[in-house]
Design a protein around this ligand. Structure first.
Ligand code: NDP
Length: 249
């Protein structure tokens, strides 16, 4: 059972792994967890002080020195992704793992009153940026022995739900992007492509979506890490095109 996976301490030794939205929430914990298992992590996000704090925590814990790359995915254009890929190429020459984690909740409101600009932002950050990064980083993932791409989906990305608007639609699109890319790479590449539905997890986004909920009743980001480690490490070699739920069997 993947949610009970126990990773060896050196699972990700010498791996270069990019985490988007690495400054807070699930992404922050994923970056620290990957580093604790030996990975050199590239911390991408829009709030530099948050990325610096994660950097400091990883160094203080004795992890490999991370890299920081501030980027606002809402503003990013293809040139920015190309520039980023060049920087990763020059520094590392390859990429072993890519966790698409950054996400925007947007509004919780009926489609009839959904703000058009907010809709575009949510689709930009949750879908278009993940496409742009995947596209430009594929050659570097091909340079890895066994690259792993993880997309982050959601329960509302499998079944639509009232008032979840662009967020729900963006997560359906994320599943689609994962499946299309996995199918394209199947049999012609060693890159595997999967998605994780984290399930209810104690973060700012969850609190914004469920303001009346007691945060102590939902899982911490640490508790959902086994699935992330399984998919980043080589115990998942050959697994591709699948959706994983980090909290259910
Ligand atoms: P948080 O809001 O806590 O963290 C999201 C991260 O994404 C933040 O670090 C944020 O940066 C970053 N981000 C947002 N917009 C941008 C942008 N324009 N450019 C760069 N980075 C950006 O959310 P979670 O940790 O809860 O969510 C992580 C992922 O998990 C998301 O994809 C979410 O949809 C998904 N998910 C979460 C669930 C939950 O219960 N928490 C359930 C199902 C799915 P900053 O800190 O600077 O704002």
């Amino acid at each position: 059972v993947v949610r009970d996976y126990r990773a060896p301490k050196d699972l990700l030794k010498d791996k270069i792994i990019l985490v988007t939205g690495a400054g807070d929430g699930i992404g922050k914990t994923a970056a620290k967890t990957f580093a604790a298992h030996g990975a050199t992590v590239i911390l991408l996000g829009r709030t530099t002080p948050k990325l610096e704090a994660v950097y400091d925590e990883i160094e203080a814990a004795g992890g490999p020195q991370p890299a920081i790359f501030p980027m606002d995915l809402n503003e990013a254009r293809i040139e920015n992704f190309e520039h980023f890929a060049e920087a990763v190429d020059q520094e590392f020459g390859r990429l072993d793992g890519l966790l698409h984690n950054a996400g925007l909740l947007g509004q919780r409101t009926p489609i009839a009153s959904y703000n058009f600009a907010t809709w575009q932002q949510v689709m930009q950050v949750n879908v278009n940026a993940a496409f742009g990064l995947s596209k430009t980083l594929l050659p570097l993932l091909e340079n890895s022995k066994a690259g792993s791409i993880i997309f982050t989906s959601s329960g509302v990305g499998l079944k639509g739900r009232a008032y979840w608007g662009a967020y729900s639609v963006s997560k359906f699109a994320t599943e689609g992007l994962m499946q299309v890319l996995a199918d394209e790479l199947d049999g012609v590449s060693s890159i595997r492509v999967n998605s994780i539905n984290p399930g209810a997890t104690r973060t700012n986004m969850r609190a914004a979506a469920y303001p009346a909920e007691n945060p102590q009743t939902v899982a911490t980001p640490e508790e959902i890490m086994p699935t992330y480690l399984y998919l980043m490490g080589e115990d998942s070699l050959g697994v591709s095109g699948k959706q994983f739920n980090a909290q259910t069997k």
